[in-house]
Design a protein around this ligand. Sequence first.
Ligand SMILES: [Zn+2]
Length: 441
Amino acid sequence: MTEHEMADIFGTDRSLLITNVVADNRSVDIFVDEKGTIGSIGPEGRKDYRNEADFIIDGDGAIAVPGFVNTHTHAAMTLLRGYADDMVLQDWLSQKIWPLEAHLTGDDVYWGTRLACLEMIRSGTTTFNDMYFFMEDAARAVGEAGIRAVLSYGFIDLNNPEKRESECRATEKLVAHIRTLGNPRISAAAGPHAIYTVSPEGLKWCAAFANEEKIGIHIHLAETEKEVTDCTELYGKRPAAHLDACGILTPRTVAAHCCWLNEAECALLARQGTSPSHNPASNMKLATNRAMPYHWLSEAGANITLGTDGCASNNNLDMFGAARTAALLQKFFWNNPTLLPAPEALSMATANGAKALGLPTGRLVKGAPADIVLVASRTAANTPLHNATSNLVYSCSGGDVETTICNGRVLMLNREVPGEETVLAGATAAACGLVKRAGSG
Ligand SMILES: [Zn+2]
């Protein structure tokens, strides 16, 4: 491809032919039509689309996987990466994270989200489920970056009726704003933060609003043991039962962490169709002292998904790392090497995540949106290639991703992402400005 053709391939709605890639252990060609849909996926050279396609990408034996779906993050927290580590959760939040967040501006969230999207594109994630503040600015960043996101405003009322009113209005405003964008890649969800930051009235309002608007719900659940003890004392119920009584557990709900669920709560989540999001790196870093009970959730038939959490507690957005850490943590914590095998880890990161968010992506099939990631196979990490799924989960990292396509648009080709320097400079300036403002009170 000439340099001129390279420039043309980015950010345009043109048809593509991706040749010679490995999908589901067979060599295939993938044709993407100009609407951004997978028009055909089949044995190499079965039908020659060369005359139809505007661009041809030579896959050179790369492994093709669906773009990853990160079901729990706070994207703009990339600005806080490395700002405070190795602390006790409560001190970390009250002494470091919250004081800094108090100085956040919409501009910061824009640049933090641009940086997050860049990191996701570089590591093969094409969809993320986000919860934060200044979400109109996050939506602008996602729109420009070209990936897919479900955005929720972090609803926190702290049992204060006045604050509750303003949080309700903020949630309504974001949902209305995202509707006006009319961008098929961006949708909205309600984002009640957690049971310890949102009153039962606030939770009920979010549940009713999400139901009315036919949108998802994004919440943190049972992250720490203290959350369970406090909830039982206050409401006479464990966290999942409390959420259920408030109408929050629905098939459109994603519940992040779920570390301290008991067996009955796992069954309740599965029964209500609520999708847990496993965030192993964050849980280990903040020492939640218990791994999400994957075996109980899985036996109950829950749709288990995978997330990275924000960059202050991970500290990256690499879903390869999340899949590997999940598979290792489950085996280690529950003392069972057969728990969470590689194919299940890969499903969590792709099809299960898409299902949780109600999106038609997460699978490489004809008619699905072309969210496609090509992982280099002629690398040390992928040699030998006895089992592509095993290598993807246990051996590869985000740096092995060569090409990322979302909704038919090429966002990275052979590790090149247009405009990368601008994003890095803008995010660096925003992060330094934020720390400076917080330091000067
Ligand atoms: Zn979180």
